[in-house]
Design a protein around this ligand. Structure first.
Ligand code: KG4
Ligand code: ZN
Length: 347
């Protein structure tokens, strides 16, 4: 029987990562190692990811990540069948660092090189972690993306709808910035929201009057700014409770919007793919416990199965890249040393 072992690299945003994933024929894939170096501290003084700083840090950390990922798996490059790397979309300097590192490995070892779309990595993660079969409905919610995808195969995605402006993770990050909470905003806003009253402030639920599954999150930021400024004008500043209530109101709006649009996405999905649907969520925002709980409820009501990867594989990591590379490899895909880094790359 054939066993495939793939080294994966990821460096498209602010995490440098390497991982080893293995799959024996007929068996479930296994994550043998997954190393992630976050860059949050490097960027914290700037209120956002600085591309030049990110690219330099990726270039410095990639070799160490690869060494650690191999060591943790107890393997060497000789044990690999291919090296997979995020070739886009993302911050171009970081993507180039990863692609160059992977090319160096491929050129020096003769291993096949496989370019992976970062979004495909997120979208295939539920197959890695939960073993779900094609087809399924994917809700991809991260700091840069928000879309509903009908996933039929490793390279067969159709988009059913998505955000028309900001991604939800971006909205969480902006909310944190406006309220003086630490980045990344998702976890800190979630923690505040758990202490707050979601009914005190009424945030808009955009696009619910439309029958499609498109979303919009940019209005939430404007609403938040207005509410914050009004409190400051009236009382001279925000109390802890004000902050928690604003976070709770904001998060409730995101939860309601995603829940309702997921109901509609399931309907659109069923029109193309009748039967009992499987719905999967991935991307950093799928780590949010309130969002997960709402999606679980919506799916239960619609008779759909719901899965989401464990939190550490929802946010950026290289195991998802190694696994997407493994699926592409099995499907016969190979990239040459002329593989290019792509800042934009729609699925
Ligand atoms: O998938 P990801 O690691 O990176 C990409 O955007 O590709 O997602 C990062 C985003 C950030 O915006 C972060 O604030 C958000 O995911 N996030 C969360 C939570 N954890 C991370 N958003 C809401 N709730 C969370 N618990
Ligand atoms: Zn991501």
């Amino acid at each position: 029987t054939k066993t495939l072992t793939i080294l994966g690299l990821e460096s498209s945003c602010d995490d440098t990562a390497a991982a080893v994933v293995r799959q024996a024929e007929g068996a479930r894939p296994e994550v043998l190692s997954s190393i992630v170096f976050g860059q949050t501290e490097l960027h914290s003084a700037f209120g956002g990811v600085v591309p030049e700083i990110a690219a330099r840090a990726h270039a410095e950390k990639l070799d160490i990540c690869v060494r650690d990922a191999l060591a943790e798996a107890g393997l060497t490059l000789k044990d690999m069948n291919a090296v997979a790397v995020t070739a886009g979309p993302g911050l171009i300097g970081g993507v180039m660092s990863g692609v160059m590192c992977a090319k160096g490995i491929a050129a020096s070892t003769g291993l096949p090189l496989i370019g992976v779309n970062h979004l495909a990595g997120h979208a295939l993660t539920p197959r890695l972690t939960n073993g779900i079969a094609y087809p399924y409905l994917m809700l991809l919610v991260s700091g840069g993306h928000c879309q509903y995808l009908l996933v039929r195969g490793p390279e067969d995605f159709s988009r059913l709808g998505g955000t028309i402006d900001d991604a939800p993770g971006e909205a969480f990050d902006k909310t944190a910035r406006l309220l003086g909470l630490p980045q990344p905003g998702g976890p800190s806003v979630q923690a505040e929201a758990e202490q707050g009253d979601p009914k005190r402030f009424r945030f808009p639920r955009p696009l619910l009057d439309r029958p499609d599954c498109n979303l919009s999150f940019s209005g939430l930021k404007t609403a938040l700014m207005r509410m914050r400024d009004q409190i400051v004008a009236e009382k001279g500043g925000l109390t802890r409770q004000d902050r928690a209530d604003l976070c709770a109101g904001f998060q409730a709006a995101v939860v309601d919007t995603l829940a309702e649009k997921t109901r509609r996405a399931i309907r659109l999905y069923l029109a193309e793919q009748p039967g009992q649907p499987t719905v999967a969520a991935a991307g950093g925002v799928a780590a949010n416990t309130a969002i997960r709980a709402a999606l679980e409820t919506v799916c239960a009501e619609a008779g759909a199965a719901f899965t989401a990867p464990p939190l550490r594989l929802c946010t950026d990591n290289a195991a998802m890249i190694a696994y997407a590379g493994l699926e592409r490899f099995k499907a016969g895909a190979r990239d040459g040393l002329d593989l290019t880094a792509r800042p934009r790359w729609p699925l």
